[in-house]
Design a protein around this ligand. Structure first.
Ligand code: NAD
Ligand code: UGA
Length: 461
């Protein structure tokens, strides 16, 4: 069997945004290791085996092509992969619970637990189980109890290896990570697992960037990292609201504070609000955990990061309505960008979802354009009623429009011919730049009324 050619066999359960790219990079960098990525979704697996991968990520296809069929395999045969592998990464989804105790906050661990129970049922030898999914602190403890309650005499060692990649730059992040974090138990068996995982990543990551810790620190570090990142965005967005009242400019403020090396320049881009599948879910998870331990002040502190984000997107839509003479009914509005950020087709928790729904509530005629996210946008808005169109062509989107609302910072939106756009629009023509990516002065010269985030509006009236 093919496995004999390889030194080791790794399996990954869950072929999503994390499992697919992460395993593709491991396989590309470790040709002596067989990597099998499995998923219960047959269409997803079929897509991973095709030229049309299930997710858009710059550089991903090249990495997949390099290893696929050599030492990287995709399959729906979850049980065979479990039996065959010595190390099993689990990268299934861990969404926010929508029912029962902790609904709306706690992580829904049913996919994880189902996976753990299946591993116990199928395994015939000792295995290392690696948490790749983002999980509440001490999940590894619960998992170890489920896994090691087996009557087959098999031992499972659970480690935490949270993933810090960001979408749109996943391959870059995986090839050259700031750090890889490995949390293991500090027992003899745990330390042996730690060494094995360090050696795996050391195939391409400098050992100085491979950090080890106890399991609970690793689990908590993942939630804390996302909470800190999101908190920076809410902080600068809160400042953007003050800027709009005082004629301070949020880009100038962001630059000035970011020049302090203790604060740093990254993640200070004011916006319509953060989106993505993880920031909100992971903060809610942290909030739930804090409440669980009776730390209500801590819970409230983090909850406010989300509240501020909700406020920011609400503020954006309100500003649109107010600028357009308090009525947008029957006005065509072109929404530029639906992905939650640039360079991805992912729309999970995208602020554009809220923006479009609110505009439709106001009876606006909305046309959504995005270079990569139209298919997901159609799914997200499937239940919406009202006048809603989709087009990949921004020039078609603006025909007869009263306003453009930039919701995603796609580079191509900077490069459009705004004279042509202005000519195609109804007058007065408005631009609401929810990402501050456009040249506002030039747009104003062309004739637009420009409403950035956290900056003085430029209006002709
Ligand atoms: P995803 O929804 O894209 O992928 C999860 C996959 O798991 C799906 O394809 C699903 O079909 C599969 N799955 C679910 N149950 C299964 C089972 N029992 N057996 C086999 N397959 C199963 O999710 P994702 O974005 O890859 O996120 C996975 C985890 O990684 C989450 O915990 C998330 O918080 C974390 N994370 C995500 C990112 C990101 O950028 N998306 C970054 C870091 C961490
Ligand atoms: C984020 C983290 O950056 C990753 O480290 C983490 O692994 C991942 O979540 C996860 O756990 O899922 P991601 O959500 O892919 O990655 O993208 P980010 O680049 O963090 O952007 C998140 C949101 O914040 C986007 O909507 C983005 O447009 C917005 N953002 C980001 C701002 O509004 N301003 C900024 O300055 C930066």
């Amino acid at each position: 069997m093919a496995t004999r050619r390889f030194k080791k066999h790794i399996a990954c359960i869950g072929a999503g945004y994390v499992g697919g790219p992460t395993m593709a990079v491991i396989a590309a960098k470790c040709p002596d290791i067989k990597v099998t990525v499995v998923d219960i979704s047959a269409p997803r697996i079929k897509a991973w085996e095709s030229d049309n991968l299930p997710i858009y990520e710059p550089g991903l296809f090249d990495v997949v092509k390099k290893a696929r069929g050599r030492n990287l395999f995709f399959s729906t045969d979850v049980d065979a992969a479990i039996k065959d592998a010595g190390i099993i990464f689990v990268s299934v989804n861990t969404p926010t619970k929508t029912f029962g105790e902790g609904a709306g906050k706690a992580a829904d661990l049913q996919y994880w637990e189902k996976t753990a129970r299946n591993i116990v049922k199928v395994a015939t030898s000792n295995k290392i189980i690696v948490e790749k999914s983002t999980l509440p602190v001490r999940t590894a403890h619960a998992m170890e109890r489920i896994l090691n309650a087996n009557e087959k005499g098999i031992h499972f060692e659970v480690a935490s290896n949270p993933e810090f990649l960001a979408e749109g730059s996943a391959i870059k992040d995986l090839l050259n990570p700031d750090r890889v974090l490995l949390g293991t138990q500090e027992t003899k068996a745990g330390l042996a697992v730690r060494k094995e995982l360090v050696d795996l990543y050391a195939h391409w990551v400098n050992r100085a960037n491979i950090i080890t810790s106890n399991v609970w620190s690793a689990e908590l570090s993942k939630l804390a990292a996302n909470a800190f990142l999101a908190q920076r965005i809410s902080s600068i967005n809160s400042i953007s609201a003050i800027c709009e009242k005082t004629e301070a400019d949020v880009s100038e403020v962001g630059y000035a504070i970011g020049r302090d090396s203790r604060i740093g320049a990254k993640f200070l881009q004011a916006s319509v609000g953060f989106g993505g599948s993880c920031f909100k879910k992971d903060i809610l998870n942290l909030v739930y955990l804090s409440e669980h331990y009776g730390l209500s002040e801590v819970a409230q502190y983090w909850e406010n990061v989300i509240k501020l984000n909700d406020y920011q997107v609400t503020r954006f839509v309100r500003a649109m309505i107010s600028a357009m003479f308090n009525t947008i009914a029957k006005k065509r509005i072109a929404v530029f960008g639906f992905a939650f950020k640039a360079n991805t087709g992912d729309t999970r928790e995208s602020p554009a979802i809220y923006v479009v729904k609110k505009l439709l509530d106001e009876h606006a005629c909305v046309v959504v354009t995005d270079p990569k996210a139209i298919a997901n946008a159609k799914d997200d808005l499937a239940d919406c009623t009202g006048s809603l169109e989709f087009t990949a062509d921004p020039y078609a989107a603006v025909r007869g429009a009263h306003a453009v609302a930039v919701c995603t910072e796609w580079d191509e939106y900077r490069k459009l011919d705004y004279r042509r756009i202005f000519a195609a629009m109804e007058k007065p023509a408005f631009v609401f730049d929810g990402r501050n990516i456009l040249d506002h002065g030039r747009l104003f010269e062309i004739g637009f009324n420009v409403f950035p985030i956290g900056k003085k509006p430029l209006t002709h009236y």
